[in-house]
Design a protein around this ligand. Structure first.
Ligand code: FE2
Length: 388
């Protein structure tokens, strides 16, 4: 895309060292050696630890550099878990964290890294670019191909009392390293493969139309869209297709780099509030809302949405508006193929709560980065009603 003006200005910071490959989890200890740490605590959840051998594989790979395991990670990263995990890691004498799991494990470790270095409780440190020094070293080992949290400066932590999500955005919490091993993502339930891949697709599509988009984020976003559109149907058709899983894992990482540089938008503002109020999985919430936000954006952003549609596989057309609509339909088709709910009503969101959801989305940080102005109560409620 060449729609940037002479006033183009942006920053780009991507410090994560990446090790990619089937079986590369064996090199996790070597990655810690590179970081110069000797007492790493694994941050994971009890199901992954008890029902799979993934955590045991990581423990073996870390060897003497493993100081212990904290397996208290819970969905949506509750603040209480972050504080408890930091206390446990401190008691074990941790000098580093190794997160193993999905976005909640990685975000929990980001929060723990802050509390371990800065002290206090996680809620004391909420905010954007407030941390003035390097935080506790963190190696991320994702077991889903979705959040891209292993390369992002963002963490979302749930305040259980108010049911609101606390946001952290800081260069100092981007993980130092990531081990991307597609073999670890085999065995995920089908719906989770779909939901996490559609979260990654949402990152890429939102980054490509976001306010802070730039040529670097464009490159990462467009290619992530192409890869996910081709690999997701393959991974859904054959859950042991290791090549397709690898492509999804690399694409989720690229999409993470894209949104770390460009931001997300209205889809994420909606998904955050639906997740906090109605416990709808983040990827599922994004999948439902994404095509409706693409249609909402279309009147102002159709040239960009048409390029997104082409990356999704739509034939290039002369009319950007028609091509953009083909892109929204392609996303709907992917969601349908994946078997996820396609309407908020089917995901357990009551119609009576839509006005409160719209209100909540208005105060979410993501909404201001939407490429088209969206921070208006009636506009947002209209998109919620369309997705209902
Ligand atoms: Fe997301």
């Amino acid at each position: 895309m060449d729609d940037f003006g002479a006033d183009l200005a942006f920053g780009w910071y991507q410090p994560t060292r990446i090790a990619f490959g089937a079986g590369v989890v064996k090199e996790a200890g070597l990655e810690l050696k590179r970081l110069g740490v000797t007492r790493a605590v694994i941050v994971t959840d009890a199901v992954l630890r008890g029902k799979t051998d993934v955590v045991a594989q990581v423990e073996r790979a870390l060897g003497a550099r493993c100081a212990g395991v904290f397996d208290g990670v819970a969905p949506d990263t509750p603040a209480e878990v972050v504080d408890r995990g930091a206390a446990a890691a401190r008691a074990l004498g941790a000098d580093a964290l190794v997160s193993v799991g999905g976005g909640s494990a990685i975000d929990t470790a980001k929060g723990m890294a802050i509390v371990l270095t800065e002290g206090g409780a996680i809620r004391d440190h909420q905010g954007s670019q407030r941390l003035g020094r390097r935080q506790t070293p963190h190696l991320a080992i994702p077991t889903t191909a979705g959040t891209g949290s292993e390369v992002s400066m963002y963490a979302v932590v749930l305040d259980e009392a108010s049911r609101e999500k606390m946001h952290f955005a800081d260069d100092r919490i981007i993980p130092d390293g990531a081990v991307l091993d597609p073999a670890l993502t085999v065995g995920m339930p089908r719906w989770l493969t779909a939901a996490t891949a559609l979260d990654a697709l949402t990152h890429a599509i939102e980054a490509f139309q976001a306010m802070q988009r730039n040529p670097l984020s464009d490159a990462a976003a467009l290619h992530a869209i192409r890869l996910i559109a081709r690999a997701l149907p393959r991974a859904l058709a054959d859950e042991k297709d290791l090549a397709a899983r690898g492509i999804l894992l690399a694409a989720a990482n690229l999409a993470g780099q894209a949104f770390n540089g460009a931001g997300v938008g209205l889809v994420h503002a909606m998904a955050h509030v639906i997740g906090a109020r109605h416990h709808v999985h983040h990827g599922t919430a994004n999948a439902i809302c994404l095509p409706h936000v693409m249609r909402f954006d279309a009147d102002e952003l159709s040239p960009r949405l048409a390029r997104i549609a082409e990356a999704l596989g739509a034939p290039p057309g002369k009319d950007d508006a028609a091509t953009a609509e083909a892109g929204a339909r392609a996303v709907e088709e992917l969601v349908r193929q994946s078997g996820l709910p396609t309407r908020l009503r089917d995901a357990g969101v009551p119609e009576s709560d839509l006005p409160a959801c719209a209100e909540g989305a208005l105060s979410d940080g993501a909404i201001v980065y939407n490429g088209k102005f969206a921070a208006d109560r009636d506009l947002v409620l209209g998109v919620f009603r369309a997705a209902y």
